[in-house]
Design a protein around this ligand. Structure first.
Ligand code: ADP
Length: 329
């Protein structure tokens, strides 16, 4: 085996099937980084508890997420995929890190404020501590690199500060300051053309959707708001459909649409149809692989069990070092 450059960790909440935002913002890097890094990808079910009204779908959602990871190209022979709560050391580290975390920093985070606005009836303690648990996730596995979408940037910066505080407070270098790694498209906009693509906003396109469903969602995409009639010239630079063309269409088509849209040579309907066809073509191997894995659920659960064993070993070792550094008897 070739020497790896370091360790990668990332997590995503098991809120259901993954969408194009997750894929283009994070999973693409999960896959690419496997070549050079030892990778650990976590289905963060404890994090999901901060926002879920009900937990009845947690198990099924975790399974669906593992299917998405595998189908996208995560290689479980090398890479660890596991469920967060299966390795409980993270909760101990979370508690220890919470003692070096100023409360004001947490309540000032824009991500917390946004969540508190979204669920004013349920501003729970876990919601405030979310970034501390995330820091525990990353540092428990001594990750150097964290591939995530741009929405996670404040959390990464926060994690780095907590690591510095911990290492300074206990005069140690046990915890590693992680670096964020984003893709070329760190913020994918939803089909509404305005907000971040997100399942909770229902402006998403699922990776595992059928070609028909995918096309239907693409046809609902909001384009350049100034282009109201077919004869109006468009502005590709503000059109989300064009952003997707740049990712999924061949370069000559992208160049052609760029020109034709500006002189109203192509309408939004045709433009979307062509993008949907390319997107569907791009997703076809993913869908086939996903269907293959779905035929053998036991295999998927075995992957998660094996991931748990491998993750546990690393977690236990880190906690020995952390307890020693802190001076816990
Ligand atoms: P979490 O709450 O743990 O971020 P999500 O399922 O919302 O869970 O996101 C999983 C990953 O996908 C994260 O790295 C997140 O930054 C990324 N992501 C989610 N939505 C988008 C988006 N619209 N654009 C870019 N990246 C995204």
């Amino acid at each position: 085996m070739t020497e790896k450059k370091g360790r990668v960790f990332s997590g995503a909440r098991p809120t259901g099937r993954q969408h194009l935002g997750n894929y283009l913002g994070a999973i693409k890097n999960y896959v690419a980084l496997q070549d050079d890094y030892e990778c650990i990808y976590c289905i963060v079910d404890l994090h999901a508890l901060t926002t879920l009204e009900t937990t009845e779908n947690l198990r099924q959602n975790s399974y669906e997420m593992a299917l998405d990871f595998l189908a996208a190209g995560i290689r479980p022979e090398e890479t660890i995929i596991f469920i967060q709560s299966h390795v409980p050391e993270v909760t101990e580290l979370h508690t220890i890190l919470s003692m070096v975390t100023p409360l004001g920093k947490l309540t000032d985070l824009p991500t917390f404020k946004e969540k508190a606005r979204q669920q004013p009836h349920n501003v729970n303690y876990g919601l405030v501590g979310y970034p501390v648990l995330m820091t525990a996730d990353i540092t428990l596995y001594k990750a150097n690199i964290v591939p995530v979408g741009i929405d996670q940037a404040p959390h990464l910066e926060f994690a780095r500060e907590v690591v510095r505080s911990f290492n300074y407070r206990y005069q140690t270098n046990v915890l590693i300051e992680p670096e964020m790694k984003s893709t070329e498209l760190p913020k994918v906009i939803g089909i509404d053309g305005v907000q971040k693509m997100s399942k909770s906003l229902n402006n998403h396109i699922e990776l595992a959707a059928t070609p028909e469903e995918t096309t239907q969602r693409v046809m609902q995409m909001v384009t350049d708001p100034q282009r109201q009639r077919r004869s109006d010239p468009g502005r590709p630079e503000v059109c989300n459909v064009f952003t997707f063309h740049k990712v999924f269409s061949p370069a000559d088509m992208v160049a052609e649409i760029d020109v034709e849209c500006r002189r109203a040579g192509i309408g939004c309907v045709e433009c979307k149809q062509r993008m949907a066809a390319n997107l569907n073509q791009h997703l076809e191997p993913f869908r086939q692989k996903r269907a293959e894995y779905a035929r053998d659920p036991n295999y998927v659960w075995d992957v998660l069990r094996d991931g748990k064993e491998r993750a546990s070993k690393i977690a236990k070792q880190t906690m020995i070092e952390v307890r020693q550094a802190v001076g816990l008897p």
